[in-house]
Design a protein around this ligand. Structure first.
Ligand SMILES: Nc1nc2c(ncn2[C@@H]2O[C@H](COP(=O)(O)OP(=O)(O)OP(=O)(O)O)[C@@H](O)[C@H]2O)c(=O)[nH]1
Length: 549
């Protein structure tokens, strides 16, 4: 059946490189370890879909290990993938988890030793699962956590249930956990299949979702495995995913009519291509215009000239072609090019790492384009700031206004309070929810001689309520400013390179740190989810406060 809205993808396959030769694969011992794991029925089907695609195993999949995990042994036996693991076999005896997410989680935990062995030494692990069912919903996050503990990049691709299944609560419980252990989480909304393909036969509709999952997986593998004229590799993927924020993987294959006017009306055609690449009828909202880094593989026919490539990539990076004003001056005076001047050069827009491959010409000289994109940084502070460049000081998130602030007027000038300084580099354990701090907590107060003496925060309770309000308001302002300074430096200079940003620290550990600190002292304006909190929260503890007398 033809695609009714003309937007779905062909399958991703490697292409000949521009020299006309076959792509040369790396030697086996040079290869990163890539593993694809399908957990539960939907996850198993997505891996099976990959298997069945003509050319996938020969061209992409052979250097990758594929596994299907399920509590339901029958389901495993009906699929082609030969690496199968029955989860919780001792307890469930090969029967399914019966839509019970706790049963699925326990079954997966029962098989933890086998899973650890499978993900041992992995560099990149793709996990696919259907959210809402018993096995994949929480089983996937158990697998993701084990993979992350191995130091792997974890890319999770999941489906959200149809509305009529009434499994949304389970589904979001799964997403919440999986998000913690995933460097990238791609969600396909099954309900959107109904809207986009209402007349498709049921399984054919499901396959449209499976196709997107499969394309995302094979597209990323291609980006890091296949040599091209301009090459990208695993480390590029690591850099881009290390950029933080939400990420999205997009793939689109276009040709014929869709690109007919690429040489005569490039602007219009590029707008149309952009629209098609960035909107998929099934993937949940991507907000790709907020991305702060892109990894792209562009495979295209000779119609894509230098000028058209410039226009096309700039469409994503929002680069408007304006010259950097002082660029020539800098070039003319290289001898005086010091660190300060280099620091002042603005990288205006998201970073792009791209691979390029020329597609062989067809007999009828049809324009062709395959584009695979990993976009990251959506929903981050930097991305928001790009949307609102007029803001003088970037704001990470809308803090919930604490009640004490709503009640108080703007803080009055107070020499002692004004001199308050904050060390923004410490972990988040902010101010007490109530004004009375535990007697054990202290703040450092600096005398004029700059020697620190200690103020017991019990003293805080001796202040009048008005002074307490002033102090708290001022602290909050200082925290925001410190955060702005710190994050501004880190995030406005483009994506962080791995050296600056420890690679994928154990997310579980992160969560624990924040949870402990939350227990120690509840933050004043705290309604942010744990992961976001870890990333964006102002970081100040009572121990980090000092007051210049
Ligand atoms: N797109 C797509 N979605 C599927 C497919 N199979 C199942 N789903 C969805 O995934 C959800 C979970 O179903 P399964 O993966 O079969 O469930 P499970 O994780 O194996 O859990 P149990 O069957 O309870 O052991 C369902 O509610 C469906 O919404 C599929 O082949 N394609």
């Amino acid at each position: 059946m033809t695609d009714p809205i003309g937007m779905e993808n062909d399958f991703v396959l490697p292409v000949d490189n521009s020299n006309g030769g076959k792509p040369k694969m790396k030697q086996r011992d040079q290869l990163e370890s890539i593993i694809v794991i399908g957990v539960g029925g939907a996850g198993n089907n997505a891996v099976d879909y990959l298997y069945k695609q003509e050319g996938y195993m020969e061209n992409v999949g052979n250097s990758v290990k594929h596994y299907i995990f399920n509590t339901d042994e029958n389901c495993l036996n009906n699929l082609q993938c030969e690496n199968k693991l029955v989860l919780g076999r001792n307890t469930l005896k090969g029967k399914g988890a019966g839509a019970n997410i706790n049963v699925g989680q326990q079954a997966t935990q029962e098989s933890i030793d086998e899973i650890k062995e499978i993900v041992k030494g992995a560099d990149l692990v793709f996990i696919t699962a259907g959210m809402g069912g018993g096995t994949g919903t929480l089983g996937s996050s158990v697998v993701a956590e084990l993979a992350k503990n191995e130091g792997a990049i974890v890319v999770s691709l999941v489906t959200l249930p149809f509305k009529y299944e009434n499994r949304q609560r389970n589904a979001f419980s799964g997403i919440k956990h999986l998000y913690l252990y995933s460097d990238s989480l791609i969600m396909i909304d099954n309900q959107k299949i109904v809207d986009a393909y209402p007349d498709y036969e049921f399984t054919q509709g499901l396959d449209e979702a499976n196709k997107i999952l499969a394309n995302a997986i094979s597209g990323v593998i291609k980006i890091i495995r296949n040599p091209s004229t301009i090459n990208t590799d695993f480390e590029d993927l690591r850099t881009v995913l290390n950029n933080g924020g939400k990420s999205q993987i997009l793939y689109r294959s276009l040709e014929g009519e869709e690109l007919e006017k690429i040489t005569t009306e490039p602007d219009k055609t590029i707008d149309a291509i952009y629209e098609k690449v960035t909107t998929s009828p099934l993937i949940t909202r991507s907000n790709i215009e907020q991305a702060t880094a892109f990894l792209m593989l562009i495979e295209c026919s000779s119609h894509f000239t230098q000028r058209i490539m410039d226009q096309f990539i700039s469409r994503f990076t929002r680069h408007n072609g304006e010259e950097i004003s002082n660029f020539d001056d800098l070039l003319d005076d290289l001898e005086s090019l010091d660190d300060e001047k280099i620091e002042a050069i603005k990288n205006d827009g998201p970073q792009v790492i791209f691979a390029y491959n020329k597609l062989p010409d067809t007999e009828d000289n049809r324009p062709r384009l395959n584009v695979t994109i990993v976009a990251t940084g959506m929903g981050t502070h930097a991305a928001k700031a790009k949307e609102a460049p007029q803001q003088a000081a970037p704001v990470y998130r809308e803090p919930v206004q604490p009640s004490y602030q709503q009640a108080s007027a703007a803080p009055q000038h107070n020499r002692q309070l004004d001199a308050l300084t904050i060390n923004p580099s410490s972990q988040a354990r902010v101010l007490q929810q109530s004004y009375s701090a535990p007697a054990t907590q202290t703040a450092n107060v600096q005398s004029e001689a700059d020697s620190a003496k200690t103020l017991n925060l019990d003293l805080f309770n001796t202040l009048s309520q008005e002074d307490q309000l002033k102090l708290l308001a001022l602290l909050n302002a200082k925290v925001s400013q410190a955060n702005v300074d710190q994050k501004g430096n880190e995030e406005y200079n483009g994506p962080r390179v791995p050296e600056d940003n420890p690679l994928f620290p154990n997310q579980a550990a992160k969560t624990e740190t924040v949870t402990q600190s939350q227990a120690a002292a509840t933050t004043l304006a705290d309604t942010t989810p744990i992961k976001e909190q870890h990333t964006f929260r102002p970081s100040v503890s009572a121990d980090d406060l000092s007051i210049d007398d």
